[in-house]
Ligand binder design. Structure first.
Ligand code: ZN
Length: 261
């Protein structure tokens, strides 16, 4: 069954809920438990979406796995060749933030970029997953922004710093558990102006291939997130900008760029 699973702030501990209702009038059906680690149960409590603060739908306990240059036009716009195999890197779980949280513009960069991406959430411990079984290990999909300090990425040679600052991995607004992501539209806007407009069918390596490739060399755990690469149109953000990533069938993730302390 298709579910939209949200995580929200409820005083002490975050809670999960199923998002119900039409766009613009969503209601959260509050759950007890946790769809990743514990059995879930409906509580009967319902809250209007507008009354709660959504959090990142998942905070990975171990890792965010990312793929670089998975759309040919994006590789070309940065002057890169398409790599023969998926180019894999990691973001630390400390980079994850939720909807409407601030992306902090670090003092160490002067070229901060957005990268709108389809993100998927792993549902269970797995390794060496064959392509044909990849969908068995996916809890669902959400929107992601692979925020990148482009100048540091070029300077450092490896990408841990450029991709790994706190707040560099916005995720949300919720996890859509049942979606055919083979050809959905992905749009990134800055202050309402369209900057990226692609379709997931333009991915060089599809979701199943990426899970097979990554799980061949590292164990994936429940709650791990895989960012699947960004289409063409990446560009700079400035303090005060509102950046939104919208994926057809999921929803919109919006964050504002804020200044460092
Ligand atoms: Zn990326």
């Amino acid at each position: 069954m298709a579910l939209r699973i949200a995580r929200f702030s409820a005083g002490e501990d975050p809670k999960y809920a199923v998002v119900e209702g039409e766009e613009g009038a969503e209601v959260l059906a509050v759950l007890e438990g946790d769809p990743l680690y514990r059995p879930i149960q409906a509580t009967g409590e319902r809250l209007p979406l507008e009354d709660v603060r959504l959090l990142a739908p998942v905070i990975p306990r171990s890792k965010v796995v990312c793929v670089g240059r998975n759309y040919a036009e994006h590789a070309a716009e940065l002057g890169n060749e398409v790599p023969p195999e998926p180019l894999i890197f990691l973001k630390p779980n400390t980079s994850v933030i939720g909807p409407l949280d601030g992306i902090v513009y670090p003092r160490l960069t002067s070229d901060l970029h957005f990268e709108g991406e389809l993100a998927l959430v792993i549902s269970r411990i797995c390794r060496q997953v064959p392509k044909e079984r990849a969908h068995d290990v996916i809890l669902g999909y959400t929107c992601g922004n692979d925020v990148t300090a482009r100048d540091l990425q070029k300077k450092d040679g490896q990408w841990a710093r450029a991709k790994g600052f706190d707040t560099f991995c916005p995720l949300g607004p919720w996890i859509e558990t049942d979606l055919d992501v083979s050809d959905v539209e992905l749009t990134t806007t800055v202050n309402g102006e369209v900057r990226q407009h692609g379709r997931t069918s333009q991915m060089i390596h599809d979701v199943a291939s990426l899970i097979a490739y990554v799980s061949e060399f590292m164990t994936l755990l429940p709650g791990d997130v895989l960012l699947t690469g960004t289409p063409a149109g990446v560009g700079p953000m400035r303090v005060g900008d509102n950046v939104s990533v919208t994926i057809e069938g999921i929803g919109t993730l919006t964050n504002r760029v804020i200044t460092h302390d």
